[in-house]
Design a protein around this ligand. Sequence first.
Ligand SMILES: [Zn+2]
Length: 464
Amino acid sequence: MRYVLLLLILFTTGLNAFALDVVYPKKDKVTINGKTTFFVGSATPDSVLMINNEAVSVHPSGGFAYFVNLNHGDNVFTLTSNGEERVYKIHSTWKPAPPPSKEKKTPPQVTVYGTPKLVYTNDDKTPIRTTPVSAGINRIVHLQKDVPLYVDGELGKFYRVTLAGNEKYWVAKSSVRTDETVQGGRCAIISKSFKDTDKHLIYSFKMSNKTPYIIKENSDKDFENGLGLNFYNLITKPDTPYEMYFPIQHQLFGYSAEFKDDEFILSIRKMPKISPSNPLKNITVTVDAGHGGNEKGAIGCLGDFEKDITLDVALKLQKELRRQGAKVIMTRETDEKVPLKKRVEITNESDSSIFISIHGNALPDHLNPLEHRGTSVYYYYPQAKGLAESILNALNSEAQTKNDGIRQGSFAVVRNTNALSVLVELAYLINPEDNALLINEKFREKCARAIAHGISNYLKTFAL
Ligand SMILES: [Zn+2]
């Protein structure tokens, strides 16, 4: 009898693998500031799940997703599947916006100072922005600590930076300080030097002190490529930028620009030597598996973690790239937490030409997981757009994922690495069809091979 009971327990536990399981929302009582949200989870494959008397189809893999509208206040959802029932109470704090008032609101105005003020940056990587907003693609440069800036006005939490004439940018007030002990803020170039090394073109400028600068990429394949560099606040040219242009052959492959004490160093990575028959040979690539350790990333319909999917694809990609002769650096090879800053350091210290960050996608409460599928590839600097396109094409054609587009995205690992850097969102963990792909090892293998092909196809276009 005892054995029968044990068998019965084992049998029901087996069945429970497909018991109704909700992975999002994470709790059965939640508060959301929005008018929509979704349920994501798993139930018996191919069965019908009921959510408040609406039939929701369950994917053959067991995954489901369902988008719901919320009323202001309490919303109760009852999920039933094969006799199991779960009740979710979702409180929505969202209220419709009041009708616009007839009075015309005047947009906030910049307070302009009579005489500009001199301030100093507080941190390395202080963003200087084209608009007074701390989000979006509006960074023009990141300055290091102790760079003097002239500010001629303010708006909200930002100072307006005046670099030269009409070149106005913005810096967060919290990122700068006034320093009464330092006078002037103008800078002189004392000497210049140039070194052509094996892998880099290095331009050095000895300066009297740090000064703001802006770098602009010219990365159009059909024209002369290179980098434009402007220095500002120079003693000799206080009101106009000191402009320089550094042409490079073929294509930019990453660069770095920074002050080391009072010496400004622009280091441009030369295009690696690419063999037409074996484009990846001797190319240094950093592969970055997103998330890890207690940072699980997104959670898929079946409860799988993004961190495990990204690591598996990253390890498969490592193997494939090595097989094709690349030198591969990994930011992690196990289930561990690696801070973003560390991932950037690993990439930059290895002098990688290419950086690939692997992720799986999810969505905020206001978007429908059933309407979003496919692969997207993000770049930040224009120099990496061609690589992003090549990887997306390979994934779409070889792993047969839906094309979810190329986008410019401000991800720290992509923005701060001195390489051709991209971030790949393989597919959506919370879309049942995409999730069924992601949990399939063959699909992950195809993704790894496609990414390697995407890199290799791209490099091939520069083979000599
Ligand atoms: Zn991610």
